[in-house]
Design a protein around this ligand. Sequence first.
Ligand code: ADP
Length: 368
Amino acid sequence: MSYLVLRGINKIYPNGYHAVHDFNLKIEKGEFIVFVGSSGCGKSTTLRMIAGLENISKGEFYIDGVRANEKGPRERGVAMVFQSYALYPHMTVYDNLAFGLTLQGVDDDVIEQKVYATAKILGLTDYLDRLPRALSGGQRQRVAVGRAIIRKVDIFLMDEPLSNLDAKQRVTMRSEITQIHRETGATTIYVTHDQTEAMTMADRIVVMKEGYIQQVGTPHDLYFNPSNMFVAGFIGEPPMNFIEGTVKNGKIDVKGNVIVLSAVADKDVIQKYEGEKIVFGFRPEAIRLIGKGDDNNSFKISCTVELTEMLGDNTNVYVDIAGIKTILKVDPHDAPNEDDAFDFLIPYESVYLFDKNTEKRIKLRADK
Ligand code: ADP
């Protein structure tokens, strides 16, 4: 097990493009860290700098307290799984798994024992004689993972390893990778653009945007305490709803739905934003229907229903609050009809406010 420290890491590509800015993070021994963000935000670049495949333009990188900037990929004790699997097409599964160990000069009987043990963990025992082209996408991905774990490294790096799989295979492999992580205990860094993968697999998530870290936290932290609008909108499906308004006399008027801010925020917070634009946020799943439980301690909002999507376990309801489009997530049994006028409640405890200029979350109470 290794711990990693990235201090002030930057990547400027030879063409002058500044892909990663001032990346600071300590990754604990055995932690499962996920870098998440939209395509092009610098996740792979950061991972490749950790792997030693890309040089670090500025900043310091330590493995177990020892500076590793100048170390080559082989000296870092890392194994990497790529999106493309990178299997040798002319070699059997057995040989693909054995290849790294053969190069290291490991004895044949030790290799055989390790290949069988790894194949067993990954359910590949019956496929050892096959060539990669005779495997399904999921099986190929397992071989790629197997090739990395067979080396018993301390640091495991994965770059979008599931993106070539179908939805069902992704769910299966997600839990398999989590299981392998539990068994090997290797410090793992996993790159994905998929927030569900991040939420289900990570001990801690690093959310990135345009080369900058937006927030680092547990899945619970990011969902309940997003530090800005980007994180609030990125984590959660469907995303958080945002409604813009100007604070007047401690209230925002959302097209006739008056939100009295003293219900959710301290007086000095409201005073600070008097006359300023703020953004009111609530999650689609946080709303409550009238007459279903506690109708107090909530803002009541009126809207019209534009479209409903029945997904089985819930229905997404697309509504229009006098011109503002938002999404609500409700039990299918309670779903309103399209084109109906509809009232719903947003519990005070589910309200987020953001500064319109900085997009940062506003702390509502001094004691929270
Ligand atoms: P992500 O993994 O988050 O999708 P990347 O780390 O691959 O993003 O890329 C971050 C940014 O750096 C992108 O804008 C990409 O176009 C750019 N980039 C990646 N590789 C190079 C390169 N070799 N030269 C110049 N720019 C690059």
